[in-house]
Design a protein around this ligand. Structure first.
Ligand code: NAP
Length: 345
């Protein structure tokens, strides 16, 4: 088998593309390359779906974090799902679906140790394993149950509520008998949250004058659990409205990711003390062992009509940078995905 033509996305190395502030399309380049056939014990994979995620913004900069920076001039990484097209190992067969961190490329050869075989539950589209049945869904679950210690009957406030993580968090909280308030950046997103997601009240944070007041009106008895996806004004509004002994599960702070400084002024942080609040950051990777049981639970909820999800699909590997950038302007409702190739084997 000779080398195969493929395409991949890189961070430009000339000039060095580590953006300060909001990144742009010019930070990325689409490159034609050749993929060597799979060696002994390896498989050849053709990617079908790819995830773009806010944390990738952190990987564009060269500052110490929980995950290594992207290397300039090398293929970027992202979660992806593809199909085996040639196998040199009995562990995987042509046609099998596999997950990997080897997105941002069309084809690749790899050993089975770099892959997770995915056998989709009946009736569940394979791309759900990059969103509600994958990292985003598990993040919502862990944040509410393990970190937020959510109990039935409590009031839960979710920021970034119409995104991949937030939309699932809202529904998990409803399933657990909570009153749920969500905030999102458009009327369309707010309508989805109340009409499809079934939450109690949705706040369009882009149109309210005073977010703290809007949260107070939406949750007059206060908030017991805050699921933080956004940071900044949302955190301030949540702190102002937390009940005594409330919990803040700090999942993300997307409003800060493009900041040129890392300082986040939160003038009412003293509320953590005054109200005996518990505020804890977390990374979903620390709870990855819960993924199988979580997936079983999510499929059961979906089949019972208690869990709905949606996705925003951008077609073509060449448009992956645009899909990623769109996360910062709120272009996605539900999980933002890139369709790299056809589903068939
Ligand atoms: P997402 O919510 O599907 O997409 C990002 C959304 O953030 C956008 O659609 C936009 O929605 C909102 N947004 C962007 N810039 C904003 C700003 N300046 N102010 C307010 N909202 C803004 O993304 P996701 O994958 O579900 O991630 C959500 C959060 O969870 C992120 O902070 C991410 O870093 C975090 N996360 C953490 C973990 C973990 O292990 N801790 C794992 C996964 C994700 P609007 O239209 O509503 O503005």
């Amino acid at each position: 088998m000779s080398n195969l033509k493929s395409r991949e996305i890189r961070l430009k190395s000339r000039p060095a593309s580590r953006p300060a502030g909001m990144p742009h399309e010019g930070n990325f380049e689409l490159v034609q390359n050749e993929v060597a056939p799979p060696g002994p014990g390896e498989v050849l994979v053709r990617n079908i779906w790819m995830s773009v995620d806010p944390y990738m913004r952190g990987r564009m900069t060269d500052t110490p974090s929980y995950i290594a920076p992207f290397k300039l001039g090398e293929t970027l990484e992202a979660e992806a799902i593809g199909r085996i097209i040639k196998s040199n190992t009995p562990e995987l067969q042509p046609g099998d679906f596999v997950g990997s961190m080897l997105g941002f490329r069309e084809l690749f050869s790899a050993p089975p140790s770099a892959l997770e075989k995915i056998e989709p539950a009946e009736g569940v589209p394979i791309q759900a394993y990059l969103g509600p049945l994958g990292r985003a869904g598990l993040t919502a679950y862990v944040g509410l149950i393990k970190i937020g210690e959510m109990k039935p009957g409590e009031t839960v406030f979710v920021s970034g509520a119409a995104g991949a993580v937030g939309s699932i968090a809202c529904q998990i909280a409803k399933i657990h008998g909570c009153t749920v308030i969500g905030s999102a950046g458009s009327e369309r997103k707010c309508a989805w949250l109340t009409e499809v997601g079934g939450i109690d009240r949705a706040i369009n944070y882009k149109t309210v004058q005073d977010l703290t007041k809007a949260v107070r009106q939406a949750a007059p008895d206060g908030i017991d659990v805050y699921f933080e996806n956004v940071g900044g004004a949302h955190l301030i509004a949540a702190l102002a409205n937390m009940n005594v002994k409330g919990r803040l599960a700090i999942c993300g702070m997307i409003s800060r990711y493009n900041g040129v400084t890392s300082d986040t002024p939160v003038p009412n942080i003293i509320m953590v003390l005054r109200k005996s609040l518990k505020m804890q950051g977390f990374l979903v990777g620390e709870s990855w062992d819960l993924l199988p049981q979580f997936r079983t639970q999510m499929v059961a909820w979906a089949r019972a009509g208690k869990m709905r999800w949606t996705e925003t699909v951008v077609e073509g590997l060449e448009n992956a940078p645009g899909a990623f950038l769109g996360l910062f302007s709120g272009e996605n409702l539900g999980k933002m995905l890139v369709k790299i190739g056809p589903d068939d084997a």
